[in-house]
Design a protein around this ligand. Structure first.
Ligand code: MN
Length: 503
């Protein structure tokens, strides 16, 4: 599965009016084209940027927005008022807008030409007040949108547009995403539950359950030749532990794992699924809990949630779309165990098996070890650590009346000592601002123990996505103070977030 963000388009809209005459409007059109082309060519903006003709009447504005709503490859609109575009002209269109909106507050000219500036220049370069008129109507209509300020050649401006376009691509992907649940949730677990109808209305994705037998059928149909070929691929790609090597005593278990991967892949492809869950409590007919299979599918871009956690699977998939082409990996994760050293507290993140090798600092080793749960054969898994550097953990939970995203900025560090006896993939991090504040805030917010962990994405990606989904976002970062954080949660509980503002 390849995620190609160049398949997505954002439309570049430029607002004006007829007051300035045809000559000025011609200039506006040329400037608009130049800006759109430069954003389209920018490596910081991964999607295509398509310029639309300058908009001067309510009818034109409404028509282009309705066309954007209907265009499947249009994932959002960038709007800029080169001149003054009286904003009542935008009301009917913005009321009908169903795609994400970025308000680019820029100006064609970077600097004031001190010696030559005259009224012709003033007539043309009016974004400073034209965009404020547009901003007013967007605020008045309570539109969720991203406002980006600065000259269009500025790297930070292009980067902010790029981040937003990644979120818009993830939103578009989620609109039609199909998520398969193999087995149900882990029994009695609360946070992996949720309202799948509300989720579909809010995020778009559908979640459907399948018996493990539906998967086993595909696994049984896999040919021995395909299994051998995949085992040879494992030999090439990973450090194979001695028992799993060709001729080793556990080579049969490696073949079982490869067969599961091939069957699972076929099941997902046939159902056009982009994310999936399984659970160790429903493994009937499977020889092992899928380990390496899940890890490798995640590395290709599939979303995954363990223990039936379909919200985690959906968010991992969204993060995979947002992160396409960026350096650094993205994985399903679990806060596993703590290092509660005074002033140096750390979190060891891992899972029983299912951590994505996209976050591996070095070539993973392929190993087999017993698993205390599930009652099946020992599962094969990839073992590795994540490289040091900034990362984020994010989750979406169902609070009953709404969805809340919780996000924590963290710093991945190298372990003080090698974890030579730990048989699972992991990442070690220090949460910002510190473990005590971060964990307390996360727990007050009701965040799950199954975040998506990413070293490719920043808080801004998830912030833009939460805004597009119209859901609450609680950020825990270096500036978080617990008393204020609790207060914000209480304000949000006062009912400012309906199920979805996009309905
Ligand atoms: Mn778990």
């Amino acid at each position: 599965m390849n995620i190609d963000l160049a398949n997505y388009k954002v439309w570049f809209l430029t607002g004006s009016q007829h007051l300035y005459g045809p000559h000025a409007l011609g200039e506006v059109q040329r400037h608009s084209q130049q800006i759109a082309q430069s954003l389209d060519a920018s490596s910081r903006v991964p999607v295509r940027v398509v310029q639309k003709p300058v908009l001067t009447t309510p009818e034109e504005i409404r028509d282009v927005v309705l066309a954007a709503n209907a265009a499947p490859d249009c994932i959002g609109l960038v709007a800029w008022m080169h001149t003054f575009s009286p904003a009542k002209m935008w009301i009917a269109a913005l009321q009908r807008l169903q795609k994400p909106l970025l308000h680019l507050h820029t100006q064609f000219n970077e600097e004031i030409p001190w010696s030559s500036i005259d009224m012709d220049f003033m007539n043309l370069n009016q974004s400073a007040h034209g965009d404020r008129e547009f901003g007013h109507i967007a605020a008045r209509l309570r539109l969720r949108r991203k406002v980006v300020v600065g000259h269009w050649t500025d790297g930070d401006v292009q980067d902010a547009i790029g981040v937003w376009s990644r979120a818009a691509a993830a939103r578009q992907d989620a609109q039609t995403a199909r998520i398969a649940r193999l087995g149900d949730n882990m029994r009695e677990v609360a946070v992996t539950e949720g309202d799948k109808v509300a989720a579909q209305a809010c995020f778009g994705y559908s979640v459907s359950g399948y018996g493990v037998g539906d998967l086993v059928e595909h696994i049984d149909a896999v040919s021995d030749a395909d299994v051998d070929a995949l085992c040879a691929q494992y030999d090439d790609q990973y450090e194979m532990s001695a028992p799993l090597q060709r001729g080793g005593p556990r080579r049969t278990s490696l073949a079982d794992a490869a067969r599961i991967e091939l069957g699972l892949r076929r099941f997902l492809e046939q159902g056009r699924f982009v994310a999936f869950t399984d659970t160790f409590e429903n493994l009937h007919g499977l020889k092992q809990l899928p380990g390496i299979a899940v890890q490798r599918l995640m590395a290709e871009g599939y979303g995954f949630g363990a223990e039936g956690d379909w919200k985690a699977a959906a968010l991992v998939r969204a993060a995979k779309v947002m992160a396409a082409g960026l350096a650094g990996g993205t994985s399903f994760m679990e806060d596993y165990t703590y290092h509660f050293a005074p002033r140096d507290a750390q979190v060891l993140g891992a899972h029983m098996l299912e951590i994505c090798p996209s976050i591996a600092a070095a070539r993973p080793s392929c190993e087999i070890h017993p698993l205390g749960i599930g009652g099946k054969d020992d599962p094969v898994r990839l073992v590795f650590g994540a490289p040091p550097g900034p990362a984020v953990n994010a989750t979406v939970v169902d609070l009953g009346d709404r969805f809340r995203m919780v996000l924590n900025e963290v710093d991945v560090i190298a372990p003080a000592e090698p974890l030579s006896r730990l048989p699972v993939a992991r990442a070690l991090w220090k949460p910002r601002p510190d473990l005590k504040t971060s964990a307390a805030a996360w727990i007050y917010a009701g965040g799950s123990h199954h975040p998506v962990f990413s070293q490719a994405l920043r808080a801004e990606h998830f912030e833009d996505l939460a805004d597009m989904w119209g859901i609450e976002l609680a950020v825990i970062d270096a500036d978080t103070r617990l008393r204020r954080f609790k207060q914000v949660l209480r304000w949000n509980d006062a009912g400012v977030f309906p199920r979805s503002e996009y309905l």
